[in-house]
Design a binder for this molecule. Structure first.
Ligand code: 13P
Ligand code: SF4
Length: 302
């Protein structure tokens, strides 16, 4: 009953505020279901630019809402839960990057979107898990300083001739909570299942995959594949959309949860729209430079 009331209230408030709701595929099922668009980091960035709405309510984590803000000068971007962060994004700081840049003056700096606005501002180009290989191959430099995720970095290194200098960052949801033992156990139980893995997982886990891709790429793979069963090597939230779009297929979870992605619920969205909180705000000098790195990625149309 409470959920129905929240859903109705969100509909009213969306009209009143001229707002659009974007949600990442790791959000709670009920939040994904009230969103105007759900997707991976790349899809959400593109959607943020395409909208005519005056307000973007971003159900995800801070770096995602910041990306929407950077790409939309003048729009209001709300992050319903101010503490929804990304521990991986916090693993690289600007001062550390500046030091590293001076050690590798000829390297191009490629930052995964899971990073702060200030870090993006110090980068040549951004990438997401969906386009990292293509972004890196588009660059003229031979040497690439890639940050902050070491696993995405080593995955890319396998797929390109460039020299990739890795940063020691990682995502606990993918690197620590998914391991080869868990994966082998599940495969033993469901022997016909295809294994889909997110590139933030360790190289050993990636080595067991039938398919490696971003969350949206996994959705496409599952839809197109003739297989009927899949082991899902990423955050648990993706199962909701996979199951909804493929009712005749089965999806087995490795039960790994991103705490920050689960903070937002329907009540947070109602309150965000009622109180117009929490507004993202980034200083102009950082915004302008970070936008350059994001625009470069988006201009590649990959
Ligand atoms: P995607 O871009 O694949 O949705 O991944 C974002 C993320 O935070 C993965 O942990
Ligand atoms: Fe960050 Fe990992 Fe959560 Fe993605 S799953 S938002 S990388 S902590």
């Amino acid at each position: 009953m409470k959920k129905i009331m929240d859903r109705e209230r969100i509909k009213e408030l969306k009209k009143e505020r001229n707002a659009i709701i974007l949600a990442h595929l790791y959000q709670r099922p009920e939040v994904q279901d009230i969103a105007d668009f759900t997707g991976d980091s790349l899809g959400l960035s593109r959607k943020a630019i395409a909208t005519n709405a005056e307000v973007i309510v971003f159900c995800g984590v801070r770096f995602m809402a910041e990306t929407a803000y950077i790409l939309n000068p003048g729009k209001i971007v709300l992050l319903p839960e101010k503490d929804a962060g990304c521990p991986l994004a916090d693993m690289a700081e600007v001062e550390q990057l500046k030091k590293k840049k001076s050690q590798y003056p000829n390297a191009a700096v490629v930052s995964y979107v899971n990073s702060s606005a200030a870090l993006k501002a110090e980068s040549d180009i951004c990438c997401t898990s969906a386009n990292a290989v293509d972004v890196i191959n588009s660059l003229s430099q031979k040497q690439i300083l890639f940050l902050p995720d070491r696993n995405l970095g080593s995955y890319v290194a396998e797929k390109t001739d460039k020299e990739i200098i890795l940063w020691p960052g990682y995502c606990y949801v993918h690197e620590k909570n998914i391991n080869t033992n868990k994966l082998r156990d599940l495969k033993q139980r469901y022997q016909n299942a295809r294994i889909m893995i997110h590139p933030e997982c360790s190289p050993e886990v990636i080595g067991l995959a039938d398919y490696v891709g971003s969350t949206s790429q996994m959705l496409k793979y599952a839809e197109k594949s003739e297989a009927k069963e899949f082991i899902v090597g990423t955050e648990d939230g993706l199962i909701h959309r996979l199951q909804k779009e493929n009712p005749n297929k089965k999806f087995y979870s490795l039960s790994t949860i991103c705490k920050d992605m689960k903070i937002t619920d329907l009540k947070s969205v109602v309150t965000a729209l009622e109180k117009m909180r929490y507004k993202i705000s980034i200083p102009d000098n950082i915004c302008i430079k970070a936008k350059r790195a994001l625009d470069k990625m988006l201009e590649l149309k990959i």
